[in-house]
Design a protein around this ligand. Structure first.
Ligand code: FPP
Length: 231
């Protein structure tokens, strides 16, 4: 890769698993399964390149309204990932943090999630945030209600700390695969100054080289954060 300005934090909207599978005459669940494999590959590559924080949108609050069969397949993938991939995560050397309301998940998965978070809490190579049953509007409303219940006004800093991503720097780059051009209730507050990158590739086919291209594209952008460019 050319000499580039690396984002500290990349967030992914891993869209297109279903369409990728359908094009291959396979069930949607197969697309999600391959999506998880690709998540490992792309996240590892991001950390290898020196990215410090990766956030993935694994399940939105709205995704839970999908047919029960598909939701159960996704739950099975979580079960395998959090229950059996602890060694792989240790190998990657990154701390796992789950963002979102996991109380809707079967108790055994909740338990494995807490275990994985605990067992990786000492790892310092990077941070992998996995958003499950996450919705940004719901997160913002919860934060507002928390501020009201504490009976205090908030500023940008104190409000950020009430969000589920409190303490984590905002994403520098948000990458969405699958060809749709929207954020779909993902990190709406945190994305105020994120650079957005949309790929027409479906998530299971998004490659390491595609990630590098997205980072190169990011690197060439001029981030002014509402300011003017210095001459
Ligand atoms: C969007 O594709 C993707 C999802 C709803 C789920 C993404 C989840 C994973 C890749 C698994 C994450 C798992 C773990 C273990 C963390 P879509 O089904 O909306 O695709 P489509 O737009 O083509 O229908």
């Amino acid at each position: 890769m050319k000499r580039i300005k690396l984002p500290v934090h990349i967030a992914f909207i891993m869209d297109g698993n279903g369409r990728w599978a359908k094009r291959r005459f396979r069930p949607r669940g197969y697309g999600h399964k391959m999506g998880v494999q690709n998540m490992f590959k792309i996240c590892s590559h991001a950390f290898d390149l020196g990215v410090r924080i990766v956030t993935v949108y694994a399940l939105s609050t709205e995704n839970l309204s999908r047919p029960k069969e598909e939701v159960d397949e996704l739950f099975d993938l979580f079960r395998t990932f959090f229950g059996k991939k602890k060694d792989k995560m240790q190998e990657m050397g990154v701390k796992i943090n789950v963002v979102g309301d996991i109380t809707v998940l079967p108790p055994d998965i909740q338990e494995s999630i807490l275990e994985m978070m605990d067992e990786t809490s000492h790892l310092v190579r990077g941070l992998l945030n996995i958003c499950i049953n996450y919705g940004s509007r719901q997160e913002i409303i919860r934060a507002v209600n928390a501020a009201v219940s504490y009976g205090r006004f908030v500023d940008e800093q104190s409000f950020s700390s009430l969000l589920e991503t409190g303490g984590i720097p905002d994403p520098d780059l948000i990458i969405r695969t699958g060809g749709e051009l929207r954020l779909s209730n993902f990190l709406l507050y945190q994305a105020a100054y994120s650079e957005l990158y949309f790929s027409g590739k479906m998530w299971p086919e998004f490659s390491k080289r595609d990630l590098e291209k997205a980072i190169e594209n990011y690197s060439a952008r001029d981030r002014r954060f509402g300011n003017v460019q210095e001459e």
